[in-house]
Design a protein around this ligand. Structure first.
Ligand code: HEC
Length: 465
């Protein structure tokens, strides 16, 4: 929610209405507020208010901020505004009704980080080292050969972490920082030591209309703390006004092709099943942006030649399997139906024709979960965990974890471990519950696993005992 909107509500409130009505938590709720919640809100947020409100708030958790969220909503995010449905007093009743179910303050969780001892999993004892705190939303992590770490902040800042100190890198392209858009993933070229190429994905504002943006990738070299030799190598078409589902993860395969995920940009019925645009797809390009001739649709004049697979919703995790070299991703479902997929050339992963999810409003948009010619996920999550960040455990120092998939849960704020046998998930385990919204996970060249968490933003290292 924009600060200006928020301030104007606050001011108009104080002038027109005096102070907002207050209520104590134990007071009995009038039947009207209960009915309003059930009739207008439960369809999307669920009947269980506790599950809804024990969350990291996107738009703030104070009474005034929650009031603004309900009154004005956010079209892009799918939250309707209720300014014409309810009076301000009714909205405040809803605010208090909703907040009274809160048993955990997220601002406390920020302080209640997992202790640096005694953390266990089914198969491994480990501790958590804190490398940096005080960030907001660290989205991408990379590791330079000299041991420095690069951290991208969604807001558009690129940091270098060197011997415990953060410094800013200059020359970062302008990003459209709104909702899910901003500075996103980071990836070093497999031959970085020789050629020095760093790849950066971001939401690029349309040069012809700043109200629109798209997923784009540049590569650049790093000279001290300055980006130089910037080359734009990928720009997804079309630019649109929505501010969600950018995808933006990047990965190189063993032959040096670069893969880029692009989400459906919130236009599920127009974009992901049609090959004439880049959205809801995974792309495969050469390291300099040229299109390989053996891409599956390279000879189809109707199709975007960079497409490698399609029918995706919003893939925000991608990693190469350590032994097979296959490309694995996960993606957000709508309400339920998040998926892990093994990506193969030219295949259709089905969104939105088949899905295990339902609409946020509770209605179903498809009755089918399977269809000829469309791929089944390796695994799906109902309810949604909202997966972000993904890597395989690569180093033997992690013992029984080796070869397993780690992915973050934005929604439930833990690290998810998929215990793997070949290409199958045989078991799952929740690690670091309450750590915060996990954004990024990387197995680094030093063999350790690094985890970036948002609001308050921090980067941790998992150290086995
Ligand atoms: C059509 C579905 C839908 C309905 C109906 C709906 N919401 Fe939402 N609401 C959302 C979505 C989607 C978001 C975005 C954040 C998220 O994904 O949880 C949201 C966000 C919010 C937020 C802000 C959360 C944050 O993290 O800052 C509040 C508060 C909220 N809704 C309250 C309500 C209340 C109260 C009602 C009923 C009057 C209601 N909503 C009805 C879908 C809905």
């Amino acid at each position: 929610m924009k600060t200006s909107v928020f301030l104007s509500i606050l001011i108009s409130f104080l002038f027109l209405q005096g102070c907002p009505p207050t209520r104590t938590v134990n007071e009995k709720w009038t039947s009207s507020v209960t009915e309003n919640y059930e009739a207008y809100c439960a369809g999307c947020h669920g009947k269980n208010r506790e599950q809804f409100v024990n969350r990291t708030w996107l738009w703030g958790e104070s009474r005034e901020e929650v009031f603004a969220s309900i009154k004005y909503g956010d079209d892009d995010d799918g939250m309707p505004g209720y300014d014409t449905t309810f009076t301000d007093v009714e909205i405040y009743e809803l605010v208090d009704f909703v907040l009274s179910a809160q048993t955990i303050k997220m601002s406390d969780i920020g302080r209640k980080k997992p202790q640096n001892k005694g953390i266990t999993s089914d198969d491994l004892d480990f501790r958590l080292d804190t490398l940096v705190t005080g960030l907001v939303n660290p989205w991408g992590l990379e590791f330079l050969p000299n041991g420095d770490m690069l951290i991208s902040e969604l807001s558009g800042i690129l940091y270098r972490l060197s011997e415990g100190k953060l410094s800013k890198i200059k020359g970062v392209p302008a990003v459209r920082y709104r909702n899910q858009g901003g500075l996103s993933d980071l990836k070093l070229h497999p031959n970085y030591a020789e050629n020095g190429w760093l790849y950066i994905s971001f939401s690029k504002p349309n040069p012809a209309d700043a109200g629109e943006a798209t997923t784009a990738v540049i590569r650049a070299k790093l000279s001290e703390n300055q980006l130089t030799d910037i080359e734009e190598i990928f720009v997804a078409k079309p630019y649109v006004t929505t501010t969600r589902h950018y995808g933006t993860r990047m990965e190189f395969d063993r032959e040096g092709y670069l893969y880029i995920t692009v989400g459906d940009r919130g236009m599920r019925d127009e974009l992901p099943q049609s090959l004439d645009n880049h959205c809801g797809k995974i792309h495969r390009i050469y390291d300099d942006g040229r299109i390989p001739k053996d891409n599956p649709f390279a000879n189809n004049p109707e199709a975007m030649p960079s497409i490698w697979s399609y029918g995706h919703r919003n893939p925000q995790g991608m990693a190469l399997h350590p032994s097979t070299g296959d490309l694995w991703t996960h993606e957000h479902g709508p309400r339920g139906g998040d998926e892990i997929n093994r990506i193969e050339k030219g295949l259709n992963y089905g969104w939105p024709i088949i899905s295990y999810g339902i609409n946020y409003s509770g209605t179903r948009f498809t009755d089918i979960t399977e269809k000829e010619g469309m791929e089944q996920p390796v695994l799906y999550w109902v309810p949604s965990i909202a997966p972000c960040g993904m890597d395989f455990v690569r180093d033997e120092k992690y013992g029984a974890w080796q070869g397993d998939i780690l992915s973050g849960s934005l929604r439930f704020e833990y690290l998810n471990r998929c215990v793997m046998e070949g290409n199958r998930v045989v078991r799952e385990e929740k690690l670091l519950e309450g750590i915060g919204r996990v954004r990024v996970i990387k197995s680094a060249p030093d063999g350790f696993i690094y985890v970036g968490v948002e609001t308050p933003g921090a980067v941790y290292r998992i150290v086995p005992k």
